[in-house]
Design a protein around this ligand. Structure first.
Ligand SMILES: Cc1cc2nc3c(=O)[nH]c(=O)nc-3n(C[C@H](O)[C@H](O)[C@H](O)COP(=O)(O)OP(=O)(O)OC[C@H]3O[C@@H](n4cnc5c(N)ncnc54)[C@H](O)[C@@H]3O)c2cc1C
Length: 432
């Protein structure tokens, strides 16, 4: 009886599969729907990088669908610091590989400009973090990263306006700097389009349809369904909302991140290197064409105050007091800014996870669903290498470099094994 039941079920399932194929064929013939081999959802730097690398690897028909305009989320407002300084060796390796791609961006990606400016990067620490900084530098050098310990005075020699009496040690990465996240996103998407990716803006994915076996069958959009077996979720801070209906509890919380821009006095108008200030817990960079210094927060204690229940509730709002706090941090590090004008304050949105690291995986409970979300404030610098590795992961071209992505698996939250760096700064928390 059981085997008869199984046989009937099997025949039934085969019939359903056949019917689905016929239906897709009929729909295509009638022009009612379209098909894609892979649908990438989210037109930030991560989605654009993945779509481009899929196209380079001739992955078939690839669509990149963005609900609004390219770089509508975090990628539109990021400060764009590109450095390799990470306390976890896997992140350092990825950041180093990405840095090399930023250096060769134009040759590598069809002549497009990412806005990369290799102006150099200093990290400054106080007494309690000197040993940690030395350990990180010693871990980085064998990886090939160009980084040295330098004295605070050497940092001051490049930035004479820097107050260094509370800085106990510093390290310098001469090849790091910053880029433009929106420019990079558009560059990656344009190159992807040249290689055959269909990039569609104003096209929200409103649902994912599953077949009777639970596999992805189509994505829904306001203009109709698109039949596909493979979806790559790159929706950044929208991650929790995007797959809620599928019962996937993505631990990604949208957080508002603020930036203050101040104008330096004319005698200090020349651009300066990027600074990660682990004493005041902030990051700073200048602009290439204006005498401006931008500052953002890297103190995790503020994040609970700036959480939003839903990324759709972000409309560029700024929370009270934080911009004043950032301004004061900048003045403390650069006293010449005491009377300098604030040019602008603005905010963007991040998606943070409990360990401040992304979720990059294939979601076995929904065959055909991949994700690269939750980059927690440091995804821009990683985007070119994530595009490369994720495309190879999706296409089953696994090697040791692709295997590095295993660190970011979704199941780490259920396994209660959050990512723990082997070395830890005293106050910077998971942000390093
Ligand atoms: C102020 C600030 C400073 C930062 N500084 C740095 C830094 O110095 N260095 C660094 O490396 N990183 C930095 N970051 C973080 C970095 O910008 C992000 O990690 C990165 O941009 C994430 O890119 P993403 O593509 O994952 O997400 P996003 O750029 O948020 O893109 C997600 C996209 O998905 C779209 N989307 C959502 N739902 C749907 C749907 N249903 N259908 C279709 N599309 C959808 C959204 O509209 C959005 O465009 C900063 C971020 C901010 C805000």
């Amino acid at each position: 009886m059981t085997s008869l039941y199984r046989a009937i079920r099997l025949v039934g399932m085969e019939f359903v599969k056949f019917a689905l194929r016929v239906r897709r064929w009929v729909m295509e013939c009638q022009g009612m729907s379209e098909t894609a081999d892979i649908v990438v959802v989210g037109g930030g730097c991560i989605g654009a990088a993945i779509a481009l690398h899929l196209a380079e690897q001739q992955a078939g028909k690839v669509l990149l669908l963005e609900q609004k305009q390219l770089a509508n989320g975090a990628s539109g407002k990021g400060i764009g610091i590109i450095r390799t300084h990470y306390t976890h060796p896997v992140l350092a390796k990825l950041a180093y590989a990405s840095l090399q791609l930023f250096h060769n961006f134009e040759e590598r990606f069809g002549g497009y400009d990412s806005g990369f400016n290799p102006c150099g990067y200093f990290i400054l620490v106080g007494d309690s973090d000197v040993d940690t900084l030395k350990d990180v530098v010693s871990m980085h050098q064998p990886l090939g990263i160009d980084v040295q310990m330098v004295s605070p005075a050497e940092a001051q020699a490049q930035m004479p306006f820097l107050r260094i009496d509370d800085v106990a040690a510093a390290a310098y990465e001469p090849n790091s700097g910053y880029g433009s996240p929106p420019k990079t996103t558009i560059a990656l998407a344009n190159r992807a389009a040249e290689l055959g990716v269909e990039v569609r803006t104003e096209t929200p994915v409103t649902g994912i349809k599953l077949d009777l076996e639970g596999r992805i069958e189509a994505v829904s959009t306001p203009t109709g369904d698109i039949a596909t077996r493979t979806v790559v979720d790159c929706v950044g801070p929208w991650a929790r909302k995007f797959t809620e209906a599928l019962g996937l509890p993505f631990p990604v919380s949208p957080v508002v991140e603020h930036v203050v821009v101040m104008e330096r006095p004319t005698e200090y108008a020349a651009p300066h290197p990027v600074v990660s200030d682990l004493v005041n817990l902030c990051y700073v960079r200048s602009d290439a064409d204006q005498p401006y210094t931008r500052i953002g927060n890297s103190d995790p204690k503020y994040h609970p105050q700036f959480l939003l229940p839903d990324a759709d509730q972000f409309h560029g709002q700024q929370f009270p007091d934080i911009c004043e706090t950032l301004q004061q941090k900048l003045i403390r590090r650069c006293p010449i800014l005491e009377t300098a004008p604030v040019v602008e304050t603005y905010s963007g949105i991040w998606g943070i996870t409990p360990d401040y690291q992304p979720i990059i995986d294939r979601l076995d409970h929904i065959p055909g669903l991949y994700c690269a979300v939750g980059f927690s404030g440091h995804g821009y610098k990683l985007s070119p290498i994530i595009g490369d590795l994720m495309s190879r992961f999706i296409l089953g071209k696994i090697d040791d470099q692709v295997k590095l992505l295993d660190l970011f698996r979704f199941s780490r939250f259920q396994e209660n094994s959050l990512i723990q760096p082997p070395i830890r700064y005293a106050r910077a928390g998971g942000l390093r």
